[in-house]
Write a protein that binds this ligand. Structure first.
Ligand SMILES: [Fe+2]
Ligand SMILES: [Fe+2]
Length: 284
């Protein structure tokens, strides 16, 4: 009698949180927020050709203002390197890395618009300027820290551009600054949305909350220690001899944005935070 062989039954696959049953896996389309954020971006996006370039009157702006705008455009160029880092460090986050393409595109239009405006006043830059501006401070090790730092820097940038909108010596620049301010405010909201998702899925939410608080504290309590392009821009602004009323206004609104950031990051981590001192209390 031939030997009986038992048919091999495949071992059932072990299901874990990281490896759920196929039916439990959500589709990228239903889960990713990059669709919603991209659609919103398309709805509100300003067009370069709609800027009334022909209305610029050459000779109406002081050299100090021109230099301030040149520095501002230079600071914007760091987005190139930041996007590279985002794509490398968040390579396994399909949703966020899709959105980075929108962010990069929109951010690159900021120096383009400012440099085009400067061109009407005879201020030009070369390719070396464009490449040198890409240098940026290294990212933090913590993803949560990186996301929170970007929420804050976008809030600060939105505020700075709004100040520029209010105090601009030239109407077309005022319009460009408002466009840029609105972009930066929307970017802050997008980084916030991704930070919220990151925290909800975190393996170590306590550590991530602490990282968020540490970044918030460093941003406003000890500004010199956070090497970030917007911070560096602010430092240069303070050293610049451009119009005093703009700088005074920028300093006042910096105090206001500090309090708004405290409240917003507090909401993100589920704590009532009104001032940087409150952060310190929670870090204990
Ligand atoms: Fe920007
Ligand atoms: Fe931005």
């Amino acid at each position: 009698m031939p030997e009986m062989t038992m048919p091999e039954t495949p071992m059932p696959e072990v299901r874990t949180l990281e490896n759920p049953a196929p039916a439990a896996r959500k589709s990228f389309l239903s889960e990713a927020i990059c669709y919603r954020l991209s659609e919103k971006a398309e709805r509100v996006r300003w067009r370069m050709e709609d800027v009334p370039w022909a209305e610029i009157k050459p000779g109406t702006v002081s050299p100090e203002w021109l230099e301030l705008i040149r520095q501002s455009a230079y600071s914007e160029l760091t987005t190139f390197t930041a996007s590279q880092r985002f794509l490398k460090d968040f390579w396994d986050d399909a949703d966020f890395s899709q959105w980075v393409s929108v962010w990069f595109y929109e951010e690159m239009r900021h120096p383009q618009a400012l440099l085009k405006w400067l061109g009407h006043f005879g201020v030009t830059v070369d390719a070396e300027f464009m490449l040198q501006g890409r240098g940026t401070a290294p990212f933090m090790k913590s993803r949560m820290g990186t996301l929170v730092s970007n929420i804050i820097s976008e809030m600060v940038a939105a505020t700075n551009y709004h100040s520029l909108h209010v105090h601009s010596p030239e109407p077309v620049l005022a319009g460009i600054a408002l466009n840029l301010s609105n972009d930066e405010a929307r970017h802050a909201s997008s980084f916030y949305a991704y930070a919220k998702i990151h925290l909800a899925r975190s393996q170590n939410p306590e550590r991530d909350r602490r990282d968020a608080l540490k970044v918030l504290y460093l941003w406003f309590q000890d500004n010199d220690r956070v090497k970030h392009p917007v911070n560096e821009f602010l430092g240069r602004q303070a050293a610049s001899s451009a119009d005093g009323s703009y700088l005074r206004h920028a300093q006042q609104v910096f105090g206001a944005v500090k309090l708004r950031a405290c409240k917003r990051i507090g909401k993100l981590v589920g704590l009532a935070i009104a001032t940087p001192e409150d952060v310190l209390r929670h870090l204990g």
